[in-house]
Structures are given as structure tokens and as C-alpha cells.
Design a protein around this ligand. Structure first.
Ligand SMILES: O=P(O)(O)OP(=O)(O)OP(=O)(O)OC[C@H]1O[C@@H](n2cnc3c(O)ncnc32)[C@H](O)[C@@H]1O
Ligand SMILES: [Ca+2]
Length: 512
């Protein structure tokens, strides 16, 4: 044994070789780690931007979206960077002063100019989509609606951004883009990226239905289980290689402001008294209303009426949720259905399917009533109980308790909550069993739920029909695996050499 050790110690080659290998080993590790770190160092942010203006019936909002320039077609990369709420009413209110519509957008456009880096201005698309309010104005006053559109077009096209049009979007588009937005933000279109690509894709990917409640119109959009019977309510999408048959319907006049007008008109039944007792407003609530404000809308235009001399009446609340529901139910015609199943007014609707995200006024109202934030979903019974309690609260008490809430909103929450409940239950056929499939949402991540993001993704061709080809491994995973395998190989090499080297040395000594 001692002789062997002596021989080894005396062999100068052995020590030199060990030093060289140890040096190479350490150098190899340093090189690999440096490569991995340098390769994965975050690149300087190179963003692109897009602007969409949501010209709703009650207000206009300007949304700025941002995404990394190099990841244009990936899913889930576009994010809302900023929202600017235009002061004043929706553009459809400017029929008598069309120039005012364009002017009203200027402040938000200036804000966008400050937020988006100047070097990106020219290539940033800007577009405006008008919804229910402008659809109604077009029915009532086509010339006025054209003038309003020209006016906003003038403001947008005089900005440094790339103007892509100001138009009234159809109810079908509004529903479809809302559905695309929520599912894009939820990552439901995501392909199995990286390793998951190695496994076959599931036949259908679960998507979230979209429920949007505006002031003038409301939309329901979801992927039903079977065939869609009506062509006009059916949309076909191929997104990221997945196929979707989507049902959508938009009810003009069933946004919450127009629905209130129809409900009031139903109670008035053509005879306008000096005062109207209404269960949908809190006890003690009194409002002086103009008859014209109710009957001037195309949604109530079919109704003939006689009025008192002042053309005004007093709306007096009694705060009875049960009676309010009975009144609201009257605006849903359930008597005829030409298809196998219907929602209301003879409109085809397939059986409800999957989970739903309810946004816009659904969220504003349900959040105020504390019916959204809960670890567990609120049941339909609890919603009804809450409405009973809220509607019966005296108006004076409400005003004292909610000094920071707009009085217009506060006064209407009893009606609005009851309307939402009735629309969902009587209209769309949600029941106690599937009520928990509805989530009232405002945002997904940092982006608002609404139709604008889907609209921009479509306009800028940012959703490919086929999944973009991607390597089986993400870049960081590739580098990490390379490092691990290289270390393993080196380890094996060194171990092998040590064992092999020892034997060789031993045998050499024996020969000697
Ligand atoms: O989609 P359309 O029908 O064109 O209308 P819109 O886009 O203007 O509709 P919104 O979703 O912005 O708002 C729907 C309604 O909710 C009202 N609203 C907005 N914020 C609210 C809040 O905090 N509480 C109660 N109601 C609110 C608003 O006045 C409208 O009557
Ligand atoms: Ca809207």
C-alpha cells in the first residue's frame, strides 16, 4: 500500500493532469453560468401601443394598450396601460351640437400623446367604436349620427396617431369582442406552450361566457354545447388553432337606462298622471321627471300617450323589491318562441353552458350592493334578500350613509339591481342551480373586461388563426437544461477519468 502511494506521489504527470482537469472544470462551470445569465438578462423594453375609444351611450373611455414588440402574436401579451374617462355624456348626446362630440375627446387624446412615447406615435393605431347610444341615434336621426361620427373622426384623424376609423359597431361585434377580450385575458386561448406541445391538444378548450350590460344595450355571448340553430346569432372563430362556435345576441333597448324608460312607460300606460308611485325606488325618493325624457327614446317610441299640461310628473318611491320585480318582468315578452328554446322577446338562445363573466353595469351595481366580493359565490336567495333589504331602506338613510356616491346612481340601485336579477333569471334563464356560474368582474389582471381589447386585437390582426410555431422548450428552460446536462457530463467525465486514471496508474506501477 505504502509503495503504491509513494509511486503516485512521485508521478509528476498525475498531479499536473489533475490540476489541468480541475482548472478546465471550474472554467467550464463559470463559462456555462455566465452564458446562462447573459442570455437571460432582461432585454430593454421595446413596446408597441394601440388606442381604442369606447363610445358608449352614457360615456366615452379611451383605452391605451401596450405589448412587447417582439411578441405580437403570442396570446395574453397585450395589456391595458391606461384608461382616460372623457368628461361629459356619451357622443350620442351631441346630436344637437355635433362639433362638441369631437371636442369632448381632446383632453383624453392629449393624455394619450403624453403617455405613449413620441417615437411610437405615428405607428400607434387609434380607432373609435360606438355602441348602443349611437345605434339608437342612427335609428332616430341618421343625419345627426353621421355628423357626430364626422366630428369625432376629425378630432382623431388630426392626432399624430394612425387613425383607423370611427364607426358604429354592431351588437353582434360588441358581444363577440367582449367574449374575445375576457378569454384572451384569462389565457383560455393559450396553446400548450413548450413541453405541453408534445402532448395532443384537447378537442375543446373551456371558454368563459361574456355578459355585458350597458346603458342602451346588453349582450350575452357563450359557447353552447350543441348546434346553434340561428345563423344570425352564430359566430365561428378559429383562434390559435382552436375552433369555436359562439352564440351571441345583443338586445338593443335592454341596457339599464333604456330598460328603466321602458319599465316606466309600461306603468304609465299612455296616461301621464301628476305623480307615479314606483316600487323600484326607495321609500321617500321623489324625482321630478319630464315625460319627454321617457317617450323620446326609440325604445318607447311605439307607445302613444297623453300627458298633463306641464309634461312632467313626480316619481315617488315605495321601495318594494318584490313588486319592482313584477313590474320589471313585464318588459320581457315570454309568450312566443319560434325556436327550440328562447331567452325573451322570441329570441333564440341555446341552453346556458359553462361559466360566465358579467361586467360593465353588472359589476358596478352588484359591487355596490356587496354581491361580488366573497370567498364563496353569493346565492340567488341571498341576492333577492339583499335587494329586499336595500330597496326598503329609506332614501334619506341611503343619502346619509353614502355621501360619496353619485345621487343619480344611488337613487337607481334598487331598480338596477332588480333589473339585473330579472334579466339574468327571467330573461336568460339562470336558475338557483347555475347562478354560481356567474362571476361579476371589472378587471382581469390589470385590464378592464369589455369589448375594446378584442376589437383592437382583431383590427390589428393580433390573433392568428393558427398557433404560432414555437420550439418545444422555452428559451430559459433550454439554457437551464444545457447547463445541468453539461455539468452532469463533466461530472461523469471526471469520475470516469479518476477511476480509469487510477487503474492506469496502478497498472503502470505494476509494470514498472
Ligand atoms: O354599452 P352602451 O349601452 O353603449 O352603454 P355604456 O357603455 O355607456 O354603458 P356602461 O357600461 O359604461 O354603463 C352602463 C350603465 O351603468 C351606469 N354606471 C356607470 N358607473 C356606474 C356606477 O358606479 N354605479 C352605477 N351605475 C353606473 C352608466 O351610467 C350606464 O347607465
Ligand atoms: Ca358599453
Amino acid at each position: 500500500m505504502d509503495t503504491k502511494r509513494d509511486m503516485k506521489q512521485k508521478n509528476p504527470w498525475h498531479r499536473q493532469l489533475t490540476v489541468v482537469i480541475a482548472f478546465l472544470f471550474v472554467w467550464g462551470i463559470i463559462a456555462l453560468v455566465t452564458t446562462a445569465v447573459v442570455q437571460n438578462k432582461p432585454l430593454p423594453k421595446n413596446s408597441k401601443y394601440g388606442i381604442v375609444l369606447d363610445a358608449g351611450s352614457s360615456h366615452t373611455s379611451l383605452y391605451i394598450y401596450e405589448w412587447p414588440a417582439e411578441k405580437q402574436n403570442d396570446t395574453g401579451v397585450v395589456q391595458q396601460l391606461h384608461v382616460c374617462h372623457v368628461k361629459g355624456p356619451g357622443i350620442s348626446s351631441y346630436a344637437m351640437d355635433p362639433e362638441g362630440a369631437g371636442r369632448s375627446l381632446q383632453d383624453c387624446m392629449d393624455e394619450a400623446k403624453r403617455i405613449i412615447p413620441e417615437r411610437r406615435h405615428e405607428e400607434t393605431p387609434v380607432s373609435l367604436g360606438a355602441t348602443g347610444g349611437m345605434r339608437l341615434l342612427k335609428l332616430q336621426n341618421p343625419e345627426g349620427s353621421e355628423k357626430v361620427l364626422s366630428s369625432v373622426e376629425k378630432t382623431l384623424s388630426s392626432s399624430p396617431f394612425e387613425f383607423q376609423g370611427a364607426r358604429i359597431i354592431t351588437g353582434q361585434d360588441e358581444g363577440a369582442y367582449g367574449w374575445i377580450t375576457v378569454n384572451y385575458l384569462m389565457g383560455n386561448f393559450k396553446q400548450g406552450s413548450g413541453w405541453l406541445n408534445l402532448w395532443p391538444k384537447p378537442e375543446t378548450t373551456e371558454t368563459l361566457g361574456a355578459l355585458d350590460l350597458g346603458g342602451a344595450s346588453t349582450q350575452i355571448t357563450f359557447v353552447p354545447e350543441g348546434e346553434i340553430e340561428s345563423l344570425e346569432s352564430s359566430l365561428y372563430f378559429q383562434l390559435y388553432g382552436n375552433k369555436y362556435n359562439v352564440y351571441t345576441h345583443s338586445f338593443l333597448c335592454y341596457g339599464k337606462d333604456q330598460a328603466l324608460k321602458i319599465t316606466l312607460a309600461k306603468q304609465l300606460q299612455g296616461h301621464v298622471p301628476d305623480s307615479l308611485v314606483d316600487p323600484c325606488f326607495n321609500p321617500g325618493f321623489i324625482k321630478n321627471m319630464s315625460v319627454h325624457s321617457i317617450y323620446s327614446s326609440p325604445c318607447t317610441a311605439g307607445e302613444s300617450y297623453t300627458t298633463n299640461t306641464q309634461g312632467r310628473f313626480l316619481l315617488k318611491g315605495t321601495g318594494n323589491a318584490q313588486q319592482c320585480r313584477e313590474n320589471v318582468k313585464q318588459i320581457f315578452n315570454l309568450t312566443h318562441c319560434p325556436s327550440s328554446s328562447c331567452s325573451f322577446n322570441g329570441v333564440y338562445q341555446p341552453q346556458l353552458q359553462g361559466n360566465f363573466g358579467a361586467f360593465s353595469a353588472y359589476y358596478f351595481v352588484m359591487a355596490f350592493l356587496n354581491l361580488t366580493t366573497s370567498e364563496r359565490p353569493v346565492t340567488l336567495v341571498e341576492v333577492k334578500e339583499k335587494l329586499r333589504e336595500f330597496c326598503s331602506t329609506p332614501w334619506q338613510t341611503l343619502k346619509e350613509n353614502f355621501t360619496n356616491v353619485k345621487e343619480k346612481y344611488l337613487g337607481e340601485y334598487c331598480f338596477s339591481g332588480t333589473y339585473i336579477l330579472t334579466l339574468l333569471e327571467t330573461g336568460y334563464k339562470f336558475s338557483p342551480e347555475n347562478w354560481n356560474t356567474i362571476r361579476f368582474i371589472k378587471k382581469i389582471g390589470d385590464s378592464d373586461a369589455g369589448w375594446t381589447l378584442g376589437y383592437m386585437l382583431n383590427l390589428t390582426n393580433m390573433i392568428p388563426s393558427e398557433a404560432p410555431c414555437s420550439p418545444p422548450l422555452p428559451h430559459a428552460g433550454y439554457i437551464s437544461l444545457m447547463v445541468i446536462f453539461s455539468l452532469l457530463l463533466m461530472g461523469l467525465l471526471v469520475t470516469g477519468w479518476l477511476c480509469f486514471g487510477k487503474t492506469t496508474c496502478t497498472s503502470q506501477k505494476e509494470v514498472v
